[in-house]
Design a protein around this ligand. Structure first.
Ligand code: ZN
Length: 268
């Protein structure tokens, strides 16, 4: 599933090609995504793309008459193609931009293409917490929000109201870096350790985005899927293997239905 670093990498991959381009058509081959593709998006044909932004895991393609809000869902991807390239079975939407097009591919159809009116915020965005890599994510409010909940710390940091974009992979990795057990009640973690967690979240996400930078060229052209990059992960996907720090076996459990891997020796 694309997590925040993949969505940010997608933004950086497509932005230089589609920004300042005029929308010449919107071709919808399959409107049944997680929600139906908004018919209002057709009103943006003729408009110029002014900016491409990311908020949490949503991409916002802005024009003067409104924005396109894209989510990649479980399996979606975007790439820039030359106009006229024949669509594959899972290529559900093309945003045509003269000689090129932004093509949306989504085998599981769990993403979305929604319309947002100018200067409005979509309801899906209105209750989101701060962006982890931006200035509105601050230590004290983060620690206070966690100290106020008895939920396991891993579930608390994956709550979009506390901070957005900490998906399952990066929650596992950040807790390992901060040496905090994922099952510990958030209210029972010291402020000092919550500060370490704040730093760890920013570090693991920034490192993943940096690794994604090597794949930017994959977002252009027809040769397959954009590279959702392989990352060097310490715990996620490594249940039963040795801890990279203490060499003891990593433990894998289910927490809130999600795979959770941690070192019982290093993380308390
Ligand atoms: Zn360990």
């Amino acid at each position: 599933m694309p997590e925040l670093p993949e969505v940010e990498t997608t933004k950086r991959g497509v932005q230089p090609h589609i920004q300042q381009q005029r929308i010449t058509a919107l071709v919808v081959r399959q409107a049944k995504l997680r929600w139906p593709v908004s018919p209002e998006l057709q009103s943006l044909v003729g408009e110029t793309i002014l900016t491409v932004r990311r908020r949490a895991k949503y991409l916002l393609i802005d024009t003067a008459k409104g924005s396109i809000m894209v989510h990649l869902g479980m399996s979606g991807s975007l790439r820039v193609i030359e106009q006229g390239e024949p669509p594959g079975f899972h290529d559900h939407v093309d945003l045509e931009l003269g000689k090129i097009a932004l093509r949306y591919t989504d085998p599981r159809r769990f993403g979305c293409w929604l319309f947002v009116a100018p200067n409005a915020s979509h309801e899906l965005l209105s209750k989101l917490g701060p962006e982890p890599l931006e200035e509105d994510f601050q230590r004290e409010p983060f620690a206070a929000a966690l100290r106020a909940t008895k939920r396991p710390i891993k579930q608390a940091i994956m709550d979009n109201k506390i901070v957005v974009g900490v998906g399952n992979i990066y929650a596992n990795e950040a807790l390992f870096m901060a040496k905090i057990s994922p099952v510990r009640a958030a209210s029972r973690v010291s402020v000092k350790r919550l500060n370490a967690l704040y730093d760890a979240i920013r570090i693991v996400l920034a490192e993943a985005i940096e690794q994604g930078g090597t794949t930017l060229k994959d977002f252009v052209g027809s040769d397959g899927q954009p590279g959702y990059f392989k990352q060097s992960l310490h715990v996620y996907g490594r249940g039963g293997l040795d801890c990279t720090v203490c060499k003891q076996a990593l433990k894998e459990i289910r927490l809130g239905g999600r795979s959770t891997v941690y070192c019982p020796n290093c993380q308390r």
